[in-house]
Design a binder for this molecule. Structure first.
Ligand SMILES: [Mg+2]
Length: 253
């Protein structure tokens, strides 16, 4: 990989999922709106409650913009349930009833049609991964999403055979931005973190890469919600699209 005129030797490319392989807003905002709709179905239509729930999950109720440093881009589903529960609790609902109601609304929304088939991939992502494999790179996915959904999405996008290792929410004790995720992947694939590159769309991905001591942390803008200026503060390199990144053949030196 070429960076600032230098050749960076690397053998492992670690990618984030949401906002990196798939378009974050186009994939997740409709699902979250659907989850909110199922909560409202149980509690009665209420514009104020709808706004309150969307805000709790870090979505602007008017513009539908996702707060890049809000819970949405980094939280596993179980945290999102707690966030919705807290929003209802603060409005006077008993905690246990609120938690059950939000969990059921999530289950209903997630089962309604097959949202996994509505995930919007980044243009050229399959070609990008195929090229990495063709050139002998190891690849890993590090996501805060749960395994069941991650596998369904990878299968739907026909990407499941293009990763040597997939690490999901709850599979390490300290989640992003703690470096444990990268250290675990590197250990499993017998690669030093200094020969790995982290590619992601969020500040947490970049901070995790830095803390783990990877060769490069690369931020991508196309499918994410983090502004360029924010990513530039923590990434070694920020590109608009993953298609701009060129990795040539990995030779053991
Ligand atoms: Mg992401």
């Amino acid at each position: 990989m070429e960076y600032q005129g230098q050749r960076i030797p690397c053998s492992l490319i670690i990618l984030d999922k949401d906002g990196t392989l798939i378009d974050f807003t186009a994939t997740w905002v409709p699902l979250i709106q659907k989850r909110v709709a199922f909560v409202l179905k149980r509690l009665g239509r209420n514009g104020e409650l709808e706004q309150c729930l969307l805000k709790a999950w870090g979505i602007d109720p008017i513009s539908k913009r996702v707060d890049p440093r809000g819970p949405c881009p980094v939280s596993p589903r179980c945290d999102e349930i707690v966030i919705g529960t807290m929003a209802l609790y603060q409005r006077g609902h008993p905690w246990d009833e609120a938690k059950l109601l939000v969990s059921q609304a999530f289950d209903e929304a997630d089962a309604d049609e097959d949202w996994r088939k509505k995930v919007v991939p980044i243009d050229g992502i399959q070609t990008f991964l195929l090229n990495l494999k063709k050139n002998g790179f190891l690849t890993a996915l590090a996501t805060s999403d749960e395994r069941k959904d991650t596998e369904a999405i990878l299968h739907h996008l026909e990407l499941e055979d293009l990763f040597d290792l997939v690490l999901c929410s709850g599979e390490v004790s300290s989640p992003k931005p703690h470096p444990e995720t990268i250290h675990h992947i590197c250990q499993k694939l017998s690669v030093s973190p200094s020969k790995a590159i982290m590619i992601g769309d969020s500040v947490t991905d970049m901070v995790m890469g830095k803390q783990a001591g990877v060769a490069l942390s690369i931020g991508v803008l196309e499918g994410g919600v983090t502004p360029k200026e924010e990513l530039e503060k923590v990434a070694d390199l920020v590109v608009y699209s993953i298609r701009e990144l060129k990795f040539d053949c990995w030779d053991e030196e």
